[in-house]
Design a protein around this ligand. Structure first.
Ligand code: HEM
Length: 212
């Protein structure tokens, strides 16, 4: 095994801040929804709006970082070894088989992760954030008699926003479970905290073989 610097400083900051904000937004959002009563509706709604602006700012910085560093390429989907990866997660890992793909600093995500994270970034987060922004400005725009948002009823906006929120929670549970499937149950989480992960030593060699 070789100790490799996999996750850079900004990446770790972005990951944990985004996770905290999404959990906080879910907590305040589901209070607004009426699922439980802890902070009170007024406080929950106010905190939800403040946190949502923080998440929007973070997403703008994260898009900038992915483009400037070229890290967006990590998410280019591929079908190569996709079935092998699905088979590993559903059967292989319970039999103690080896991971079908190797993780390196230039290829952090396996084919299934690429697909799932791309869906997270291009569908799930945009649906929740855009419906949230329309939700936030719905009344204001209505009051100013601007026609655009009257095309969507508040019920429709709330439906998509709540659906996005619910699916984000499903993602969170599955994601946390999947982090335990690394070389050891905590190795992936430790890597996202320290930036370093112990990866197989022949990773570079196999990377070159795959490219050639
Ligand atoms: C930038 C992102 C977001 C924006 C702009 C936003 C905005 C809003 C707004 C304006 C409301 C209506 C309450 C109010 O008037 O304050 C709301 C409700 C809600 N939000 Fe968000 N939100 C965002 C992200 C999230 C996330 C990430 C979650 C959960 C993971 C979430 C979950 C909810 C839920 C469950 C409700 C209640 C929906 C209902 O029953 O009508 N929101 N959000």
């Amino acid at each position: 095994m070789k100790r490799v610097y996999v996750y850079k400083g900004f990446e770790r900051f972005w990951h944990w801040t985004q996770a905290s904000l999404i959990i906080f937004l879910a907590f305040t959002g589901f209070e607004v929804h009426g699922t439980f009563h802890v902070l009170g509706f007024e406080h929950a709604a106010r905190f939800h709006r403040v946190a949502s602006w923080m998440l929007i700012s973070l997403i703008i910085f994260a898009i900038f970082w992915h483009v400037v560093t070229g890290e967006w390429r990590q998410y280019i989907p591929t079908t190569k070894k996709l079935l092998a990866q699905i088979r590993f997660y559903s059967i292989g890992m319970f039999k103690g088989e080896k991971h079908p793909t190797k993780k390196t600093e230039v290829k952090k995500l396996n084919p299934l992760q690429r697909l799932v994270y791309l869906g997270f970034k291009l569908v799930l987060v945009p649906v929740t954030v855009i419906s949230g922004i329309i939700y936030m400005f719905h009344k204001t725009i209505d009051r100013n008699d601007i026609v655009m948002v009257s095309d969507f009823s508040l019920e429709t906006v709330a439906f998509w926003h709540t659906l996005g929120a619910f699916l984000l929670m499903v993602f969170l549970v599955v994601h946390v479970y999947m982090t335990t499937t690394g070389h050891t149950p905590t190795s992936n989480i430790q890597a996202m905290i320290t930036g370093y992960e112990d990866l197989e030593d022949d990773a570079e060699e196999s990377e070159q073989q795959e490219v050639s």
